[in-house]
Design a protein around this ligand. Sequence first.
Ligand code: SER
Length: 320
Amino acid sequence: MSKILVIGAGGQLGTELTKALSDKYGKDSVLATDFQEAAKAKFDYCAFQTLNVMDKASLASIVSKEGVTQIYHLAAILSALGEKNPVQAWDLNMGGLLNVLEVARDHQIEKVFWPSSIAVFGPNSDKDQTPQRAFKDPNTVYGISKLAGEHWCEYYFNKYGVDVRSLRYPGLIGYKSLAGGGTTDYAVDIYHKAVNGENFTCFLSEHTYLPMMYMDDAIKATLDLMDAPKENISIRTSYNLSGMSFSPKEIHQSLLPFYPNFEIDYQPDFRQQIADSWPNSINDEAAKKDWNWQPAFDLNAMTATIVNNLPQYFNYNESK
Ligand code: SER
């Protein structure tokens, strides 16, 4: 039986991925961990333990005691927060990954998942349909850590046979969990404002295109990648992954049929420069070829789904 350890389970992706893993493999097969004890409240359906991934001895002890066979390591400091705390972001993003890779090697873990990002690309990468092997000059600490991390993953696969797999996620958008510390977070926050009857101030300018993805597609891509036969995985750094691309103006327009009075104003801040250094759109033909990747959601389908589900999901009277 698989025993799956999720590290950083309380985050935006972890909240939904842990549930999907539990639905797929059974709740007794999943152990959610997060460095914040408060995250426990999210996991009434599976086991939870507090774990700081920087504590390698505790990580190794959990892996031994629980008989862990797979690790999904999601804990990281994202792009915008990373620029405010560069050394801390580097320490966590690199130190955490190296602890996971070392423990995976020492304990013969069957499979490891680690997320990379569109942030591996930089101002001189191709902007449109950015290819898998595009020139990369990331200029955020987050992007530098993800690019270095990709090469560490490939190194542990080549040198030690650790079966670590990775996706370069675009901005992830869902309604079941909040984003935090990223440059693409505006595309999550905007739905909460619209649904709540408030207007929205956007920290990016109206024509800033970025690659994005609805959370259900991201979960599907992750499960499909991890299910794929080992011999199909031709990319051991991280796969380009594409869902949709849009600007703040376009997401606003997608909301107007539901909320005709919803207004947006633009006050770009330091995150504009980060967004400007990233691609507009991504070429993911390798993912399509190797493990049949196909996204299901475009912008309008995503907006309709979120608008129809978000109000029931969050209790606005309590959270206000
Ligand atoms: N969503 C991330 C961020 O904005 C990119 O991977 O930092």
